[in-house]
Write a new protein. Structure first.
Length: 193
């Protein structure tokens, strides 16, 4: 009890060592290694430049990386359609050649028709991706027919005629609708598991 009375109020009476000088070298290293923070856009741009696109048309890559052991034939068939849809998007963005466009759309229609007949009585027919592919096929066919009819009729129907349905406004509207639907469809198909 006496020892507790003697130690009350007692503490260290000396001076503390200067530890700041001991850590100056660590502060210098930290400030030299610190870099300016990047914005999200800059990081996305850097990653985009470094990353290669997925080679979905390379069968060995698809067999090893994308196709898992549990993947179904449906996913394999959808992967083939993704390649076609990406070609269609590239065609629309770059040269927009009507013959190339119609050839890609024809290929898309054939592949979607195969998927439609192959999976119509199976559980896959209830998938959003299945129904989306069928819609994509109809929209692409409609735009391809519109473009073809536009070329055929441009000689016979004056551009300023009130009966002319093949105006630039109608064409642009159909292409915008197709492009938006195309991008959404590619996103849905790439996120299948």
């Amino acid at each position: 009890m006496i020892s507790s009375i003697l130690t009350i109020g007692a503490g260290y009476n000396g001076t503390l060592p200067d530890i700041e000088s001991e850590f100056i070298h660590l502060q210098k290293q930290h400030s030299e290694n610190a870099s300016t923070p990047y914005t999200i856009e800059e990081l996305d741009k850097q990653n985009e430049e470094k990353l290669k696109p997925i080679p979905r048309d390379n069968d060995s890559y698809v067999d090893i990386i994308i196709k898992k052991e549990s993947s179904s034939q449906y996913l394999n068939d959808v992967n083939d359609v993704i390649v076609i849809l990406e070609k269609l998007r590239k065609c629309i963005n770059t040269d927009n050649d009507i013959q190339k466009f119609n050839a890609i759309v024809s290929n898309l229609i054939d592949n979607v028709e195969y998927i439609k007949t192959e999976y119509k009585d199976k559980p896959e027919s209830n998938y959003i991706s299945y129904n989306r592919l069928i819609q994509m096929s109809y929209i692409a066919r409609d735009v391809a027919n519109f473009r073809t009819q536009e070329l055929i009729n441009e000689k016979y129907i004056p551009y300023t005629s009130t009966n002319n349905t093949y105006t630039n406004e109608n064409y642009n509207s159909k292409m915008d609708n197709l492009f938006t639907f195309l991008n959404d469809t590619i996103f849905i198909l790439k996120n299948l598991e």
